[in-house]
Design a protein around this ligand. Structure first.
Ligand code: PXG
Length: 465
């Protein structure tokens, strides 16, 4: 294999990175002082850094490398497609084979009558498409006032102006003048943090009914759509109570509101089905896709749109929207090959029947750790809530994320990528992770939790708010 390993010394790479590279969601000044970690290669579920350390990637990159690293088939397809047709656009009454083949495949895989694909380069761009698409749809139906999109606090829908406005991340809204007008946020179904004394089922219904209340308050004639992730990913792998999604579905049906399932993380096997919508019994009108669509091997996203929305939009003349890279032939060919591998290797079935139950069982053993108040999984996603008082689910007295960051650092130092969101630890490993690597993941996670527990006690942080 042709591995690019003759790179400069790490310190030189770090200095160049600090001088010239602005990192996303990062305090770049602090990072420049500390020195960035440089990943040089990866195979299967394992990363190697510039100093030769091997790290188990329990985040599949950024929730995307579903089929794992080092799949030569995808590299070969990309290379062949680049020689045959590296680029052509899909504007001006033109198409090409990869975009056509991928669209047909996605229509086959997607539930219900989600049969039409509008491509983007990322999940954020796809959600920007969705904002314009649903508003244009209602305008085409003679209801131009149906513009408001309801979404959720602590939801994540991307980082563009539209995506970040749909998202409910307060730290993102605080910068750059967001949200854009006509986006309305309701509360999230996070029973652990916000459920108080309600049972999870009671709480799920209560939170879903906030949607009905919001539609009532804003006016049904003003609301275009509701958008949500089946399971909030970046928000901390928030798995909603069982009562939540059926009630949301009922409300959208009852009030003539389009339902957009943001499947950017949940799609392509992550929850143990092809789409999170299937796992939770959601019948969306539009699904946002990205990440696992190409397993991250090429940047591509899109919106899969139902017959009714696509037909109305098609009958209304030009939809004045699109990206240079909508349906990019190399990205589309890579995505198609990725889907072929997922299907032929029965990766979704293996997750559902074998490795996800194994992970669920192994992950639940962490619940006996003195720092852990909740340990849950769905498919190949896991979340651990840490607390100084596990019985009451109390938050730490320290600023949210202080303990989480300590734990994440111990994870990295012990060869494990596990993220923290506040004081929750989360995982979403490649779907192809095997049982022995799941065992290793749990072993390293436990070591990190032990080290965190000791440090938290020594630093006087083991205190409830
Ligand atoms: N929707 C969802 C549900 C996502 O998780 C996007 C849209 C935006 O996709 P792009 O491709 O534009 O990034 C995402 C992306 C994190 C993290 O910290 C999560 C994402 C992106 C960056 C960081 O967990 N998810």
């Amino acid at each position: 294999m042709n591995i690019i390993s003759n790179h400069m010394p790490t310190a030189e790479l770090q200095a160049l990175d600090a001088a010239h590279h602005m990192h996303p969601f990062t305090d770049n000044a602090a990072l420049a002082k500390k020195g960035v970690r440089i990943i040089t290669r990866a195979n299967g579920v394992t990363l190697t850094d510039s100093q030769g350390h091997e790290i188990l990637d329990a985040m599949a990159g950024l929730w995307c490398v579903n089929i794992g690293y080092g799949r030569k088939e995808l590299a070969d397809v990309a290379s062949r497609q680049m020689m045959e047709l590296p680029y052509y656009n899909t504007f001006f009454q033109t198409s090409h084979v990869p975009a056509i083949a991928l669209s047909a495949k996605l229509a086959e895989l997607a539930p219900g009558d989600l049969n039409h694909v509008f491509y983007a380069g990322s999940g954020s761009e796809a959600n920007d498409t969705n904002i314009r698409l649903v508003r244009h749809y209602w305008a085409a139906k003679g209801k131009p006032d149906k513009k408001i999109i309801i979404s959720r606090k602590n939801g994540y829908h991307g980082s563009t102006l539209g995506g970040a406005s749909l998202g409910g991340m307060t730290a993102m809204h605080a910068q750059g003048g967001l949200p854009i007008p006509n986006i309305h946020h309701i509360d999230q179904p996070d029973w652990y943090a916000e459920g108080g004394d309600l049972s999870p089922d009671e709480f799920g219904l209560e939170r879903a009914r906030q949607l009905e209340q919001a539609i009532h308050d804003l006016g049904e004639d003003k609301v275009a759509a509701f958008i949500a992730e089946p399971v909030q990913g970046a928000g901390g792998v928030i798995i909603p109570p069982a009562t939540y999604w059926p009630e949301i579905q009922r409300i959208c049906d009852a009030h003539d509101i389009l339902l957009i399932a943001d499947e950017v993380i949940c799609g392509f096997g992550r929850t143990g089905e092809w789409f999170g919508s299937r796992t939770f019994g959601i019948r969306p009108d539009i699904m946002t896709i990205a990440k696992g669509l190409s397993s991250g091997y090429a940047p591509i996203g899109g919106s899969i749109v139902c017959d009714e929305v696509a037909n109305v939009v098609a009958s209304a003349g030009d939809f004045n929207h699109g990206y240079t890279y909508s349906g990019h032939p190399v990205a589309a060919a890579v995505a198609l090959e990725n889907l072929r591998i997922i299907q032929e290797e029965k990766i979704v079935e293996t997750v559902q029947n074998d490795t996800a139950p194994y992970l669920a069982n192994a992950w639940s053993t962490l619940a006996d750790h003195p720092l852990v108040a909740e340990a849950k999984t769905v498919g190949m996603m896991g979340t651990l809530a840490m607390s100084p008082d596990v019985a009451s689910r109390a938050a730490f007295a320290s600023a949210a994320g202080t303990v989480g960051l300590i734990c994440r650092t111990h994870c990295f130092d012990n060869g494990l990528v596990m993220r923290h969101v506040g004081d929750r630890m989360i995982i979403a490993p490649p779907l192809v992770i095997g049982k022995s690597d799941i065992d290793l993941l749990i072993e390293r996670a436990r070591t990190a939790l032990d080290l965190t527990y000791t440090e938290v006690q020594n630093e006087g942080l083991y205190k409830a708010a």
